[in-house]
Design a protein around this ligand. Sequence first.
Ligand SMILES: Cc1cc2nc3c(=O)[nH]c(=O)nc-3n(C[C@H](O)[C@H](O)[C@H](O)COP(=O)(O)OP(=O)(O)OC[C@H]3O[C@@H](n4cnc5c(N)ncnc54)[C@H](O)[C@@H]3O)c2cc1C
Length: 486
Amino acid sequence: MKMYPEHLMNNWVSVTPVEEMAKTEYDVLIIGTGAGGGAVTWRLCEQWGKSNKKIGVVETGDFLLPTQAANIPTMTSKREEKYHETIAKPLGETLPDFRGAKQVFAFGGRTLFWNTVSPRLNAFEISNWPVPFQEIEFYYNTAERVMNVTKQYTEGSSFTDIMLKRLHKNGYYEASATPLAAKLCPTLYGHKGSDVFFSSVSFFAEALNHRAVDLAVKTRAVQLLVHKDRVTGVQVISSEKKAYLIKAKKIVVSASTFETPRLLLHSGIKGRAIGHYLMNHSYVKASGKVSRREFPEVLGALGILIPSTLEKPYQIQLRGPDGYFWHHPYEVQPLTKELEIDFLCFGEVEPRFANKVTLDTNRKDEFGVPEISVDFSFSEKDQAIIRQIAAAVKQISLSCGIKLNSDFQASSVCLMPPGDLNHDSGTCRMGEDPSTSVVNKYGEVHGVKGLYIADNSVLPSIGAANLTLTTAALAIRTADYIISQE
Ligand SMILES: Cc1cc2nc3c(=O)[nH]c(=O)nc-3n(C[C@H](O)[C@H](O)[C@H](O)COP(=O)(O)OP(=O)(O)OC[C@H]3O[C@@H](n4cnc5c(N)ncnc54)[C@H](O)[C@@H]3O)c2cc1C
């Protein structure tokens, strides 16, 4: 059978050949199209509108999905998990310290598969950042608006309402419906909202409404070029293994916690903290059951988030029933006598210099760039928090009438492998002191003018909350700073 030509398959976003991009000098060039790269691109396009500024974007991956995976009607939770596993590149085979980590190289990055859980960090968790809290609040508001963050996804669900009442009665006053980046209006005034769950593809859709950008996919940034302490461009390699130089006055690296420090280190950029202070929440899973008879006939989904507090440095999500939460519009739920509830618990992890991403010069990729090594371990304090989580899960179960599954009872915690959670961060952290941080308070690399970073790697601490909303908020702020410098 005749296959469709590739240019037809991928013509839902316009692309620019990299040879063309190599003839242009960009005002801003963005590397990577995940949460950070998408947020920066959107903000620059929105603010610069139809001005003659030139914006370029390079992405090492190809087009994969045109929307967040859960928006695809045939995608069940299990199918999505399997699909992600097939697509993702595991780091774990070579990195035993971080054996759960996986990367997604594709237009949209890992937001094609993220679960869209989008809480804010608590004020006390960012009190030692070099950015005033009021400013972060403003950017949280902006990010939540563009990403459609809402707590109304489970509104009217008796499962969520009843379990929330039980939690509140037992002193978990902070518990609320889970905030999700989900557009709940399918149509409004004749406008269609086909992409319920947000992804970076939606950032690009919003961006392209305002103006065009030059986008090259299957184009890997391999070396940043710096002249007299100022970035001047980047060397990229196309899928045909041809090298090009793309010139830019400003570059924003948004290649992820692993790839951003890799690019900086391979480019010879100096900085004691580059690659260090790697973080990822500890991840404890458990599940238990409640009787179906305790809930009315119309059940709905369970989506509850208990945020961390000063005394409880962990976040707990309750999800259900039976692994069915939000990815199954056409999936029929079986009738059961008991409903399974999942506990997803994230513990705070200290940012420590010893946890790090470094270059392994003995192993090189197909582009000749050294692969990375990861050193990661939990500190005594991190481990104490993991024990606190185990106790909290038992306490919540007892007080809310959830019968914990026996495997959890026996082993006390079910700790997932480090890296599994995709909350990797901190390897190019923000701060005032170049000896303990990589970027300044606006995301600009210390000592290299015009070189910015906007992705998970800039976060100096992550409390116990899912981190992508915070990454997007800071990325938008970096874009605003770039605009203010013009
Ligand atoms: C299954 C799953 C569930 C998740 N659920 C949640 C959740 O509910 N809530 C939450 O907050 N977070 C969640 N996350 C995490 C979230 O997806 C990440 O925090 C977020 O995507 C990180 O954004 P980023 O820009 O730092 O990196 P990425 O999204 O990884 O994007 C990096 C991009 O850079 C590109 N790139 C890399 N190197 C180069 C190079 N050299 N040249 C050019 N391009 C390059 C990559 O191809 C990629 O497109 C989840 C992730 C997964 C996989």
